[in-house]
Design a binder for this molecule. Structure first.
Ligand code: ATP
Ligand code: MN
Ligand code: MN
Length: 375
């Protein structure tokens, strides 16, 4: 094609599940700004603009090279007027005044800070902001604020869990949890999900996500609680929020994008000893801090084996990839997909799957590897 930098041969789809997105992002200068604007829209409860900015950032992440002029983005999907204006600012001035305005906004700063605490969502953050609170210190000093158990843990371990988790730390945690699960049930299966499964090449995450199952249906019942007990006995369980299973297979896959799933799960904070790290594992020793351990956030989900593939696909992310998979299923295939199941609305039946490949095949999609799902 004439003028277009991305010729017709690599037409970019509006759906992230029809694109390949590795962690190699050639357009970070744009996507960082767009994601910050998305977050600001989220704080303002502007769902439409929030999704629009996230979609735009996601499309730019999938491009094989950096965008150097506005002409280069002609014909790309999901790039609206607001996004183009922001990109133009960055191309011309090397910075975005719009995002600088947001960053200097007192409310944005406070909400971003407050929601960085484990257990604090936008609603709580907003409440605190409205009470005139601006710093974490002020919140802790305010006698009328009732923190729940999760938030208390969030404050207690704030320094540690704000620090990125390294691949070596994720590996060490995997060994600990796998050993614990195998001690209870030798044939239990533990899989790494989330960013540490999909971020090939990316070295850090904000937590470590795992999926636990048993080869025989029903045998997973009670396993997670026993794993938790055993972690407690080992003295490494700093915090645990356990949610029992509320899976109801008589209900169709939910229509809501962001629907939380109903599997049994726990949100943990674990104590990781430095001694448990591989010596060559790249644990950077902070000379000022040598207490010998750190706290790490861990998500652990237990599923019956017949739901395993759906849960694995749903927990591998990225969030944008998941959203688009579901949107694609609904809009292009008349199917409902969530973390538990895939339902064909035309044929009125559930489609079984034992692997992620099965699910992509049911959807008529080419398989996308986990490390190509960083949309
Ligand atoms: P990070 O490095 O920041 O942890 P991540 O991709 O692992 O990146 P997570 O927040 O850990 O991000 O989430 C991993 C995946 O699990 C996401 O795709 C998300 O959709 C899914 N997920 C997270 N929390 C839940 C939940 N409560 N219920 C269902 N799915 C969830
Ligand atoms: Mn994660
Ligand atoms: Mn997680």
């Amino acid at each position: 094609s004439v003028g277009g930098h991305f010729p017709a041969i690599c037409v970019v789809s509006q759906y992230a599940c029809l694109r390949r997105t590795t962690t190699e992002n050639h357009n970070k200068i744009f996507t960082d700004v767009l994601e910050e604007l998305a977050e600001n829209s989220e704080f303002n409860e502007s769902k439409g603009p929030c999704l629009a900015f996230r979609r735009a950032a996601s499309v730019l992440k999938s491009l094989p090279s950096a965008v150097h002029c506005l002409g280069a983005i002609q014909g790309l999907p999901c790039l609206g007027e607001h996004t183009k204006a922001v990109m133009e600012e960055i191309l011309i001035f090397g910075r975005s005044f719009k995002v600088e305005e947001v960053q200097s906004d007192e409310r944005y700063q406070a909400l971003k800070l407050f929601t960085s605490v484990f257990g604090v969502g936008p609603k709580t953050a907003e409440k605190w902001y409205r009470r005139g609170l601006r710093s974490l210190k002020e919140i802790l000093a305010e006698p009328n604020i009732q923190l729940n158990r999760m938030q208390r843990a969030g404050f207690l371990y704030y320094r540690d869990i704000s620090k990125a988790v390294s691949k070596a730390e994720a590996k060490a945690l995997r060994s600990i949890i796998e050993e614990t699960a195998h001690w209870i049930a030798p044939d239990s299966i533990l899989a790494l999900t989330g960013g540490f499964r999909s971020h090939r090449g990316k070295e850090y995450g904000h937590d470590v996500d795992f999926l636990l199952t048993m080869p025989e249906m029903g045998k997973e019942e009670g396993l997670l609680l026993r794993v938790i007990d055993r972690l407690r006995d080992q003295g490494i369980l700093l915090y645990c929020e356990h949610q029992g299973s509320t899976v109801d297979m008589s209900k169709l896959p939910s229509r809501r994008f962001e629907a939380m799933d109903h599997f049994e799960k726990c949100f943990l904070i674990l104590r990781l000893e430095e001694g448990q790290m591989e010596r060559d594992g790249g644990l950077q020793k902070d000379p000022g801090e040598s207490r010998g351990w750190r706290a790490v956030r861990v998500d652990l989900v237990a599923t019956p084996v017949d739901r395993y593939a759906f849960a694995l696909l749903g927990w591998t992310g990225s969030r944008q990839f998941e959203r688009d998979l579901r949107r694609f299923a609904r809009k292009e295939r008349g199917m409902c997909l969530d973390n538990h199941a895939l339902y064909d609305k035309t044929k009125k039946l559930f489609l079984p799957a034992t692997s992620e490949e099965d699910i992509f095949a049911h959807l008529g999609l080419e398989y996308v590897e986990p490390w190509q799902r960083n949309a």
